[in-house]
Design a protein around this ligand. Structure first.
Ligand code: FES
Length: 110
């Protein structure tokens, strides 16, 4: 199996069901960008270094995800609009275990 299904609710509230490859070493932020689900320049600003929180999303499904790294936790402790289910998309590498994941993109930080 190389593709998994992920549901992504964009910042307009529109649900997109997409296929994400597990064999391309992509993270969730890159998947969102590749499907253009958020305007260029509003997501992935730090390039996936856990340093901007532009890729913040809320995990809606009860999919089990890898623990947060210290960097991710530190960034989220400073970000806006953080909820209990917030994660940084760039820190979530697409794996087969994530099949069925549903996330909502956090609002853009201005
Ligand atoms: S892209 Fe900057 S924290 Fe994820």
């Amino acid at each position: 199996m190389t593709d998994i299904k992920i549901k992504i609710i964009d910042r307009e509230g529109v649900l997109h069901e997409i296929d994400a490859p597990t064999d391309m070493n992509m993270n969730l932020m890159e998947v969102v960008r590749s499907y253009e689900l958020a305007p260029e320049g509003t997501i992935g600003i730090c390039g996936g270094m856990a340093m901007c929180a532009s890729c913040q999303c809320y995990v809606v499904s009860d999919t089990e995800l890898p623990e947060m790294s210290d960097d991710e936790e530190a960034m989220l402790s400073e970000a806006f609009n953080v909820k209990d289910n917030s994660r940084l998309g760039c820190q979530l590498h697409i794996t087969e275990e994530m099949d069925g994941l549903e996330v909502e993109l956090a609002p853009e930080e201005l």
